[in-house]
Design a binder for this molecule. Structure first.
Ligand SMILES: *[C@@H]1O[C@H](CO)[C@@H](O)[C@H](O)[C@H]1NC(C)=O
Ligand SMILES: *[C@@H]1O[C@H](CO)[C@@H](O)[C@H](O)[C@H]1NC(C)=O
Ligand SMILES: *[C@@H]1O[C@H](CO)[C@@H](O)[C@H](O)[C@H]1NC(C)=O
Ligand SMILES: *[C@@H]1O[C@H](CO)[C@@H](O)[C@H](O)[C@H]1NC(C)=O
Ligand SMILES: *[C@@H]1O[C@H](CO)[C@@H](O)[C@H](O)[C@H]1NC(C)=O
Ligand SMILES: *[C@@H]1O[C@H](CO)[C@@H](O)[C@H](O)[C@H]1NC(C)=O
Ligand SMILES: *[C@@H]1O[C@H](CO)[C@@H](O)[C@H](O)[C@H]1NC(C)=O
Ligand SMILES: *[C@@H]1O[C@H](CO)[C@@H](O)[C@H](O)[C@H]1NC(C)=O
Ligand SMILES: *[C@@H]1O[C@H](CO)[C@@H](O)[C@H](O)[C@H]1NC(C)=O
Ligand SMILES: *[C@@H]1O[C@H](CO)[C@@H](O)[C@H](O)[C@H]1NC(C)=O
Ligand SMILES: *[C@@H]1O[C@H](CO)[C@@H](O)[C@H](O)[C@H]1NC(C)=O
Length: 530
């Protein structure tokens, strides 16, 4: 089919030539740590993507279980057109809706079973990379606002290469912002709590800071403005984002933050750092049986990653599948008073937090996909009492956080995601607005979901959420002028919350009490299906 009159083509080429050359995407970007060669997205060719950018030295060999190390200056040319591996992790054999029905939310493992019960084949220790998406026309002069995203996964799984966390559609639609997403160490490689480390802990959280430092230093070359970075996280990434505000309160490097379903307050801390018993248990099983803590650590540094992941993962699977009475092991965040603090209420009261605006989000049925359910009768769904109790743990942590932020006068905006769209739930009726599903809206990834979007409300809701978030990233003071006021706990009705995708509406304001009265009014009932 002829799209352009051939007589006009001559004219167009003649006139448009220089303009076209000026807007040619520059796919090679040189910064302090290397020269990175990206490509254009095939579906959205007005989006430039750099899928592989190391932000710290590979934490391998003697650097296993060490804080991330700053990269040296380099002029090496690095192919950034494909993703690197996710950080070392395990694919659980325990069936769940995540592995069976809503599969686009897991890291890509290229053909490995989603119930493998083995190390994730596409994960590796050399994983400290981030990815950058920009408009194709962005250049070092663009100074676009930057949203820096930390993926979730409970500090045991996750990474950049997750189909429903790719922002090309969003960047295509805006042509006005840069998105960064980040791999960081998880599970025993991120949170070993080993005796031999003398209390040095939470390498995953330290990786995240190293990534923000890399972005602040180098994002200008990609068209971003280091003075306009917003840190955003979901789930474990959300609580990490919140903890970041305390750990780096004197030097946050970002000017705003967003926590989708997770806070510092009420986040469980691993007590095992006091004894390192879980690390020692694993070490002994893998042939590193030493009384001496330093020797134990040294020995464990020589054990191949897959043996460690397989042992830890299979032991944990056994707790569910074989023997629920065996002592549990867990490798998660622990209090070190550097990256994680013992009492966040106290830190709030002392004002030891970066004084930055923040959006806090929750989903109406946070726990529907997180509590156990009968795997042989999927239709029956989980125990609703457990769903509500576990959902309230997240919603009330958000409420309590907001009250403490209000007391410090920190601008705080709240949203509740209430969408129940069949393409996002894989048709599983009881999922509703489950933990994670708001990400399909922000990233625009509902469009690439295996099931086609069925409800026009979905597109308008996604657009509203993308636009609000982008406005906040552009100007953290802009939301009230756009109809989304700051939340004030003391206001009549308990403040105002932006509700997305519920009750047939893309966006509306609802009273705080209608969402979270159950957190502070005796007898109030929580509604998981607004
Ligand atoms: C791309 O950017 C690099 C570094 O800024 C520059 O040397 C090169 O000339 C640019 N190429 C094009 C085609 O603009
Ligand atoms: C282009 O972007 C879409 C949407 O984010 C994504 O699903 C797809 O994988 C991208 N294509 C390539 C080749 O990266
Ligand atoms: C831990 O402390 C011991 C004794 O002070 C020291 O020998 C060792 O090098 C330290 N290990 C680490 C990882 O800091
Ligand atoms: C793991 O650590 C926890 C907390 O310290 C402890 O209760 C549990 O028994 C440990 N598990 C093993 C197998 O040692
Ligand atoms: C898990 O349970 C199986 C079956 O009892 C057992 O053979 C295996 O050794 C266990 N694995 C671990 C790591 O505990
Ligand atoms: C952290 O600080 C608290 C008091 O603020 C203290 O009780 C605790 O022992 C400290 N923990 C570590 C690991 O330093
Ligand atoms: C945390 O600090 C607050 C304020 O100082 C105090 O009321 C509370 O008891 C502390 N919590 C714990 C577990 O120590
Ligand atoms: C659901 O869980 C609650 C709290 O553990 C329990 O009391 C109740 O019996 C459970 N309901 C069913 C149907 O199992
Ligand atoms: C919220 O604060 C209330 C009152 O201090 C407390 O009872 C509740 O446990 C807190 N909830 C969470 C999830 O932190
Ligand atoms: C969820 O996946 C399981 C396993 O494939 C399947 O039996 C079930 O029908 C799925 N649920 C729906 C609603 O498709
Ligand atoms: C979600 O919507 C479907 C209809 O599309 C309905 O069957 C299901 O009950 C709803 N789920 C919730 C949790 O509201």
């Amino acid at each position: 089919m002829m799209l352009v009159d051939p007589n006009l083509l001559f004219l167009l080429v003649g006139l448009a030539g220089p303009t076209f050359a000026a807007t040619q995407p520059n796919l090679t970007v040189k910064v302090r740590t290397g020269t990175f060669v990206g490509n254009l997205n095939d579906t959205y060719p007005d989006v430039r993507q750099f899928k592989y950018i190391p932000y710290a030295k590979p934490p391998v060999g003697p650097l296993r279980w060490m804080p991330p190390q700053r990269l040296d200056d380099s002029s090496e040319v690095i192919d950034s057109t494909t993703f690197g591996p996710s950080c070392s992790q395990y694919v659980t054999a325990v069936p769940s809706a995540w592995a069976l029905n809503i599969t686009g939310n897991l890291i890509v493992n290229y053909g490995e079973s989603l119930l493998a019960g083995q190390v994730a084949q596409n994960s590796a220790e050399d994983c400290l990379t981030l990815a950058i998406w920009t408009p194709a026309t962005a250049s070092a002069a663009s100074k676009l606002p930057v949203i820096h995203f930390l993926t979730g996964g409970g500090d045991v799984t996750g990474g950049v290469n997750i189909p429903t966390q790719l922002p090309a559609h969003w960047v295509h639609a805006s042509q006005a912002h840069v998105v960064v997403t980040t791999n960081y160490r998880v599970n025993i490689f991120g949170y070993p709590n080993a005796r031999g480390l003398n209390g040095s802990a939470n390498f995953g959280l330290r990786d995240q800071r190293a990534a923000v430092e890399w972005v602040a230093e180098n994002i200008a070359g990609f068209g971003g403005d280091p003075a306009q970075i917003t840190l955003w996280g979901q789930s474990a990434g959300a609580s990490a984002t919140d903890m970041y505000l305390f750990a780096h309160h004197a030097d946050p490097l970002v000017r705003a933050s967003v926590s989708s379903s997770g806070e510092a307050l009420g986040h469980a801390q691993n007590p095992d750092i006091a004894t390192g018993s879980n690390f020692t248990f694993v070490a002994k099983a893998l042939g590193c049986d030493f009384e001496d803590a330093a020797l134990e650590l040294e020995c464990m540094r020589r054990v191949p990653m897959p043996r460690i992941e397989n042992f830890v993962g299979q032991y944990q699977d056994n707790s569910t599948l074989v023997d629920s009475s065996q002592p549990a092991i867990a490798f998660t965040r622990a209090v070190d008073n550097v990256t994680v603090f013992a009492n966040y209420t106290e830190r709030y009261l002392q004002g030891q937090i970066a004084k930055l605006p923040k959006i806090i989000g929750t989903t109406a049925r946070e726990a529907s996909a997180l509590v156990p359910y009968p795997i042989h009768d999927v239709a029956a769904g989980p125990n609703e009492t457990l769903v509500v109790a576990s959902t309230l743990a997240t919603v009330c942590a958000a409420h309590n956080t907001t009250v403490l932020r209000n007391a410090l006068g920190l601008p705080t905006f709240r949203y509740e995601w209430g969408g129940n769209f069949s393409d996002l739930t894989g048709g599983v009726a009881w999922l509703g607005a489950y933990h994670y599903s708001d990400l399909y809206m922000f990233f625009g990834s509902y469009l690439i979901n295996p099931l086609p979007p069925a409800d026009p409300l979905e597109a308008s809701t996604a657009r509203a959420m993308q636009d609000f978030l982008l406005d906040f990233v552009r100007d953290p003071t802009s939301l009230p002028g756009r109809g989304w006021p700051e939340y004030r706990a003391g206001a009549e009705g308990g403040g105002q919350i932006a509700q997305f995708g519920a009750d047939g509406r893309a966006f509306k304001l609802v009273s705080g009490d209608s969402v979270e009265a159950a957190c502070h009014i005796p007898g109030a009932v929580y509604n998981t299906t607004p």
